[in-house]
Write a protein that binds this ligand. Structure first.
Ligand code: SF4
Length: 214
């Protein structure tokens, strides 16, 4: 049952309502899983993906499939430190299923993305992350309003936070086939390691991350 309150005082109550959201189904869109989010109050890094895949939908946990493994390899984080470091959310939070062609996953509609932005906007207010990591063009557009991956490799100063965008690790777009783009990714990962170090000075959990990764 979809419940959207006019105001939320805690991340826990927001998550409770997000986890039972069926707003897209109510609007006539077909979805194949319940909402997938993972994180808790106090996390300072916000990882923002496109949508869960089939495995994430089945397990009810983000970044479980091949793209998640590639992302952890890029970040040089094992699973425990990855989930301890990042609040994991996405532009849309339910597995959208297959397209009629059966290839890949269905592209979500602008209406689904608009419906789901409610949860992201409240997360921003309640979590107040210091480090934003949008992953892939759709997430970059939604979070930063930037229309291309040309910002990968940049550290973008926002009001009280920093954003370091990444390309999507699924490799579906072929963007990383170009050497110049691989260099952008390397630069982004260096920036991210440095930002996670800064974040570790604010968060006890990330301090654990830093100690274990040296
Ligand atoms: S994609 Fe987002 S808005 Fe749509 S049903 Fe899932 S949680 Fe709700």
């Amino acid at each position: 049952m979809t419940r959207r309150r006019s105001t939320y005082r805690s991340l826990a109550s927001l998550q409770r309502d997000n986890r039972v959201c069926r707003a897209c189904v109510d609007a006539g869109h077909q979805l194949e899983s319940a909402p997938v989010i993972e994180g808790h109050a106090g996390q300072r890094a916000y990882l923002f993906g496109l949508a869960p895949g089939v495995r994430e939908g089945e397990e009810g946990r983000p970044w479980r499939g091949r793209a998640g493994r590639a992302l952890r390899r890029w970040l040089e984080l094992d699973e425990e430190r990855f989930y301890a470091s990042f609040y994991c959310a996405a532009v849309t939070r339910c597995y959208p299923g297959k397209p009629p062609s059966g290839r890949g996953d269905r592209t979500t509609t602008p209406e689904e993305r608009r419906l789901c932005s409610f949860w992201q906007e409240w997360e921003m207010r309640l979590l107040q992350p210091k480090l934003l990591v949008p992953v892939g063009g759709v997430a970059i557009k939604r979070l930063l309003g930037l229309g291309s991956l040309a910002c990968v490799g940049e550290r973008i100063e926002l009001d009280g936070a920093v954003a370091i965008p990444l390309p999507h690790p699924s490799g579906a777009s072929g963007w990383l086939n170009e050497a110049a783009n691989r260099a952008r990714l390397e630069r982004a990962l260096e920036l991210l390691q440095s930002a996670l170090g800064e974040y570790s000075r604010m968060s006890p959990e990330a301090g654990h991350l830093t100690q274990n990764s040296t």
